[in-house]
Design a protein around this ligand. Structure first.
Ligand code: ATP
Ligand code: MG
Length: 393
């Protein structure tokens, strides 16, 4: 192994661009393995900055901040996909950066992302790129009703407008300030799922089990992972697709690929096959949080391993699990949700991200439920959801 040293052999620091909850859980995983950590995030109260050994509080593009991060770290990763590609390139001049600027740049742009998926032979929703009024006027009728999505900077359903006809499409593009967009055909979804893969520089690629995801208002609400959550043929298809997408960019790091599973008897399913790729995230993902409690290697440990050049082995899920996202919506105006009642249920694991204020749609934490059987996990998760005011699923 290369320059990697653990714990007692010296102070080896791993860095992360971005101080949100994903950075925080990366920091926890790195520290558990004996690494020191450095976070670059301008916010003094950022969830990851508050728990890291070092917190560089500058803008993501600040040359002095980037230099300080590069100097301190053995390698640097990212926790949000909209980190300026130029900053990653600057860092890469003097320190190892993974994932590399190329993989991140593809994930930042829906149009490039879709071409990459097509090149990897994985079906995507029918779409058109809209950059000019002529392109707007000439989109195929077949793409409506559809969803107009900004090509860049979207997350949690932001920057997306559902459109039923051409008049609505024109209005939506105006509302989105005529930035480059992708119009996607609205597909009949049976369900949604995602796969997290980790790929090492030598091409070794491992995966977490396929996650079944429920979104509400464009935000992930519930992830269910256990044997039988999806038909076996689909599981295999999704894992193979995610791996070919990672291999296609010689990706090094943790990558999450999100999929749509189409209504089996629909016209769309006949045209596209049952499984369509939606998008990829060049980092650990909300749908992989269950792995911290239900797998022998979590998605954050996979991130540490790929970053430090440590070996990858296939993770094993040891418990069926369900994750509930804890959004700001469930916080009472004065005080906190009923944690004591929730934690009195066996197999509940509470993760809070240390955010000072709760607001609607803000990801404040998550709750993972594990247990001996799927029935038990489902029953407990539904009880916890009911105590927390989360709708049943
Ligand atoms: P994320 O937080 O995952 O990055 P996002 O803002 O990038 O979200 P998408 O993943 O593109 O948004 O879409 C959010 C949700 O909207 C999807 O998970 C799905 O439920 C629904 N959706 C998006 N595109 C389509 C489509 N073409 N047909 C049907 N439903 C769709
Ligand atoms: Mg998404």
């Amino acid at each position: 192994m290369s320059e990697t040293t653990l714990g007692a052999q010296g102070e080896v620091t791993l860095g992360v661009m971005g101080g949100g909850q994903l950075g925080r859980m990366f920091v926890h995983a790195a520290q558990r393995m004996g690494y020191f950590t450095a976070v670059l995030d301008p916010d003094p109260q950022s969830p990851a900055g508050r728990v890291s050994h070092h917190h560089i509080q500058t803008a993501y593009t600040d040359p002095a901040g980037l230099e300080a991060l590069a100097q301190r770290c053995m390698a640097v990763t990212t926790e949000f996909e909209n980190v300026p590609a130029h900053s990653l390139a600057t860092l890469a001049n003097t320190v190892r950066v993974s994932p590399g600027a190329n993989g991140v740049a593809i994930a930042q742009d829906r149009a490039r992302e879709k071409s990459h998926f097509e090149e990897c032979g994985v079906p995507v929703a029918p779409y058109a790129v809209i950059e000019t009024p002529v392109q707007l006027a000439t989109v195929a009728d077949d793409l409506l009703p559809g969803i107009l999505k900004t090509a860049r900077m979207g997350y949690d359903g932001k920057g997306q407008i559902r459109v039923a006809n051409r008049a609505e499409l024109a209005r939506a593009w105006t509302e989105l300030k005529h930035v480059t967009c992708v119009l996607e055909k609205m597909l009949p979804l049976q369900l949604e799922c995602s796969v997290i893969v980790a790929r090492a520089a030598d091409g070794t690629c491992v995966n977490l089990p396929v996650q079944r995801n429920l979104h509400r208002d464009g935000i992930l609400a519930v992830t269910e992972v256990y044997e039988g959550n999806l038909p076996p043929t689909l599981v295999e298809q999704a894992i193979n697709a995610a791996k070919s997408i990672a291999n296609g960019v010689q990706y090094v790091g943790v990558l999450c690929v999100e999929f749509f599973v189409l209504e089996p008897d629909s016209v769309a399913a006949q045209a596209l096959g049952g499984l369509v790729v939606n998008e990829m995230a060049p980092r650990p993902h909300n749908s992989g949080h269950y792995s911290m409690d239900a797998c022998d290697v979590s998605q954050f440990e996979l991130q540490v391993r790929t970053l430090a050049g440590l070996p990858l082995t296939q993770p094993r899920q040891h418990s069926p699990s369900i994750m509930l996202n804890l959004l700001g919506d469930i916080w009472p105006a004065d005080g906190a949700p009923p944690w004591a009642q929730v934690l009195a249920l066996p197999g509940t694991h509470l993760h809070l991200y240390g955010k000072a204020t709760a607001s609607k749609g803000r990801k404040m934490g998550h709750l993972t439920v594990t247990g001996a059987s799927v029935e038990q996990v489902r029953a407990t998760a539904l009880q916890a959801a009911s105590l927390l005011g989360i709708a049943a699923f």
